[in-house]
Design a protein around this ligand. Structure first.
Ligand code: SAH
Length: 236
C-alpha cells in the first residue's frame, strides 16, 4: 500500500505542474492526493463518486487560515465556536453510507465549515444544509461560494426540524450528535432514503446509525463508534 500511495503521489505531480503554469496554483493538490490514498482508499472507502469528491474539494479552503497546514491530516480540525470539521475518513465514510448518486436531493444538519456539504455538492446538484450558529452559517456559505459550490443552499436555523419546504430528501447527513433521532427528519426522509446520524450522549462516545426507510418501515443499524459535538436546540 505504501508503494501504491507513492506511485499515486508521483502520478499526481504532472497534473499539478500544468495547473501551476496556468496560474491556478493549488499548493495542496499533492497532500490531498496522499490523504485519499492513505486515509481513505487504504482504509476501505470504495465508492468511486465519494473518492472523486474527496479528491476534488479543496479541504484547506474550509479550515481557518491559521490551521491550513493541518487541513489534510488524519484528524478533526477546530473551526471556532467550540466546533470541529470531522477527520477526512469520517466525512468520506458518512458520504459513502448514504450512497450518493446523481439526481438525489440531500439535507445536511450542521453546516459548520461547509466541507461535508461541499463533498456532497461535488456529487449532487441538490444539497441543502442547516447551521444553528449564525456566524458559522455565514462563514460556511462563504467557504462554499469561494470553492465554487454555490449550488449548495445554506440556512441559519435549528436543523432538528429539517427543511420541510424542500422535503422529501433521498439522503440526510447529520453531523452533530443527538440523544434520539429527530422525528421531523424521519418524516422528511424519502421512501428508499438513507440517513446517517450520530446518536448518544453529548461529549461521550456515540454510535453512528444508518437509518433506512421503506414506506412506513423504518430500520436502524449501528455502524461505528464516533464522537461528535452535540446537536443543540437554540439558534445563536
Ligand atoms: N459538517 C461540518 C461539521 C460541523 S460540526 C463540517 O463539515 O465542517 C457540527 C455543527 O453542527 C456545528 O457547526 C454546530 O454548530 C452545528 N449544530 C449543532 N446543533 C445544530 C442544530 N440543531 N441545527 C443545525 N446545526 C447544528
Amino acid at each position: 500500500m505504501m508503494l501504491l500511495s507513492r506511485v499515486l503521489v508521483l502520478l499526481a505531480l504532472p497534473l499539478v505542474l500544468p495547473g501551476l503554469a496556468a496560474g491556478q496554483s493549488d499548493p495542496y493538490a499533492v497532500e490531498r492526493e496522499r490523504m485519499v490514498a492513505r486515509q481513505l482508499e487504504a482504509r476501505g472507502i470504495e465508492d468511486p463518486a465519494t473518492l472523486a469528491a474527496m479528491r476534488e474539494v479543496p479541504r484547506h479552503e474550509f479550515v481557518p487560515v491559521d490551521r491550513r497546514r493541518h487541513a489534510y491530516q488524519d484528524r478533526p480540525v477546530p473551526i471556532g465556536y467550540g466546533q470541529t470539521i470531522s477527520q477526512p475518513h469520517l466525512v468520506a465514510y458518512m458520504t459513502e453510507r448514504v450512497r450518493p448518486r446523481a439526481g438525489m436531493r440531500v439535507l445536511e444538519i450542521g453546516t459548520g465549515s461547509g466541507y461535508q456539504a461541499a463533498v456532497l455538492g461535488a456529487i449532487l446538484d441538490e444539497v441543502y444544509t442547516i447551521e444553528i450558529i449564525g456566524d458559522l452559517a455565514r462563514w460556511g456559505a462563504e467557504n462554499l461560494r469561494r470553492a465554487g459550490y454555490d449550488h449548495v443552499q445554506v440556512r441559519h436555523g435549528d436543523g432538528y426540524y429539517g427543511w420541510p419546504e424542500k422535503a422529501p430528501f433521498d439522503a440526510i447527513v447529520v453531523t452533530a450528535a443527538a440523544d434520539h433521532i429527530p422525528p421531523p427528519l424521519l418524516e422528511q426522509l424519502s421512501d428508499g432514503g438513507y440517513m446517517v446520524i450520530p446518536v448518544g450522549s453529548p461529549f461521550l462516545t456515540q454510535t453512528l446509525m444508518l437509518v433506512t426507510r421503506e414506506g412506513e418501515d423504518i430500520r436502524t443499524r449501528s455502524l461505528v463508534p464516533v464522537r461528535f459535538v452535540p446537536l443543540t436546540r437554540e439558534t445563536r
